[in-house]
Design a protein around this ligand. Structure first.
Ligand code: UDX
Length: 465
């Protein structure tokens, strides 16, 4: 008998964006530690970026394959140029037929697909392969997406200008604190029939067709919301935070990066020269953009706060007509004295650095989890999709920072940064340190994420025909 017949082979298929690829590649590595064969299916552009900027091949053994799927779109500005639904159309046209051919001609035991790629479930069902979904967003934002049809039925959507601060009884488990302005950004659209809006809705509502749902979160963080999710998707595997989980299983302090851009390591040398907890780290993730006006408000706010800052200024960060990101003359001196700018940084390392005292973030889920694991309090300025919900939880439920959504006035930025870094540092530190230790407990032996990953591994093994 071929001994390989007893080794599970998993095909992992993420949506081609940094936040999705990052966590799903961590899962790939976790599974290959259990001697699984893994094929990681990514679009050509992502494939080439991973080869250029990471050591992805050398950190796995020969049981790992990075497989490029044909796809016409490059990651640079992809969502701004063609919109989310355009990107899905393109994946359907180019990648889906290839995925089908690949799965038909391989020995895959189970597909783990991004939960927003129902095309993978279409193919898997057609050829009778088990499929499990991985959603890269938080449990709380997943649940708010799921409840949107109830909000529409109750007449709460489209959102009314005067109802932005009213709470919404239709989102069970969040009735007391989730306001209109905290709903996923696409709920602000006046046209509920727009393709982008419908797409997110249908992709979320079809989750239960998969055999299980993997979430990058942990029970101590989102227990009550996970109970709600389990009423519609009973088999949920919470295995997060996956980056911390991988570190725990490898017994290392840091893991290899999954960056799709070149990291500027020089910021670490700069941080080494700064006192403990003296620097606020500023980053808006891999996709979100800001206008030139917003950028200037942040710039003045940071300088007026009198705190040191490390700021990720992606080359494509500025949107709109005035795309200049050079330093305004009047801000030059202050920026040189207190700031450090980089195009892209090794974020996990930055957040783990002792000089970092706070994180001004767009509340992307990976960034939020990375901050939670390191016990770094946040100022949240969410931009789109799930980020509005995450920031409400950080500010109101977990009380690990300030949610300043919908404003970036320079005075508010300056006072929020001072509040976080100076006045309320004790209050925030206590909560963030407490949650950081719960996060670490979850991924170590006996912890909830550790147990759930073992259960996932057993379940996939049992799928071997
Ligand atoms: C988006 C969503 O907002 C997010 O919630 C969803 O789960 C995935 O899609 P993104 O906006 O890129 O992702 O934010 P985030 O989830 O925070 O992911 C960004 C990733 O890029 C993080 O893992 C972060 O460590 C990494 N990063 C960011 C870097 O490595 N270097 C940087 O300079 C900035």
């Amino acid at each position: 008998m071929d001994p390989l017949a007893f080794v599970p082979h998993v095909a992992i298929f993420p949506f081609p964006a940094q936040g999705h690829v990052n966590s799903m590649l961590k899962l790939a590595q976790l599974l290959s530690l259990s001697n699984f064969h893994v094929t990681f299916l990514v679009t050509v552009d992502t494939h080439d970026r991973l080869l250029n900027h990471t050591d992805v091949l050398s950190r796995f053994g020969s049981e790992f394959k990075l497989q490029a799927l044909p796809h016409g779109i490059s990651m640079d500005n992809m969502t701004t140029r063609i919109g989310v639904s355009g990107l899905f159309d393109s994946l359907n046209t180019f990648a889906k037929p290839f995925l089908r051919e690949f799965l038909v001609n391989s020995t895959v035991t189970c597909v783990i697909a991004d939960g927003i790629l129902s095309m993978a479930a279409d193919v898997a069902e057609e050829i009778n392969l088990p499929i499990i979904y991985f959603r890269t967003i938080s449990g709380c934002s997943f649940w708010s997406y799921f409840c949107i049809p109830e909000l529409i039925q109750a007449g709460e959507l489209p959102l009314k200008e005067n109802a932005m601060d009213l709470t919404l009884p239709q989102v069970k488990g969040m009735e007391d604190f989730l306001r209109g302005r905290d709903l996923p950004s696409f709920c602000r659209a006046s046209d509920l029939t727009s393709p982008d809006f419908r797409l997110v809705l249908t992709e979320t509502r079809q989750t239960s067709r998969a055999r299980g749902l993997i979430l990058n979160t942990f029970e101590d963080l989102e227990g009550p919301i996970l109970s709600q999710i389990r009423t519609v998707c009973p088999n949920v595997y919470t295995i997060g935070a996956v980056h911390a989980h991988l570190k725990a299983r490898l017994a290392t302090k840091s893991t290899s990066s999954n960056s799709l851009w070149k990291e500027d390591e020089s910021c670490i040398s700069w941080l080494d020269t700064q006192p403990p907890k003296s620097v606020i780290y500023v980053s808006f993730g891999s996709i979100a953009g800001v206008t030139r006006e917003e950028l200037l408000e942040f710039w003045y706010g940071l300088l007026n706060s009198d705190q040191k800052f490390l700021w990720v200024m992606r080359p494509d960060l500025i949107v709109g007509q005035e795309r200049k990101n050079e330093i305004p003359v009047e801000l030059e001196q202050g920026t040189k004295a207190r700031g450090y700018m980089a195009n892209w940084v090794p974020q996990e390392k930055v957040l783990a650095h002792k000089a970092i005292g706070g994180f001004l973030t767009h509340s992307g889920w990976n960034s939020t989890l990375e901050s939670i694991v390191e016990g770094v309090p946040m100022i949240c300025w969410p931009r789109f999709a799930d980020q509005q919900v995450n920031s409400r939880f950080v500010g109101e439920v977990w009380k690990m920072g300030l949610d300043i959504k919908d404003t970036c006035d320079r005075d508010i930025i300056a006072s929020s940064v001072r509040d976080l870094m100076e006045k309320r540092i004790g209050e925030f530190s206590q909560r963030t340190e407490n949650m950081a230790s719960l996060a670490k407990r979850a991924v170590n032996e006996g912890g909830s994420s550790y147990i759930n990953l073992d259960r996932l591994i057993q379940d996939i093994r049992s799928m071997i025909p």
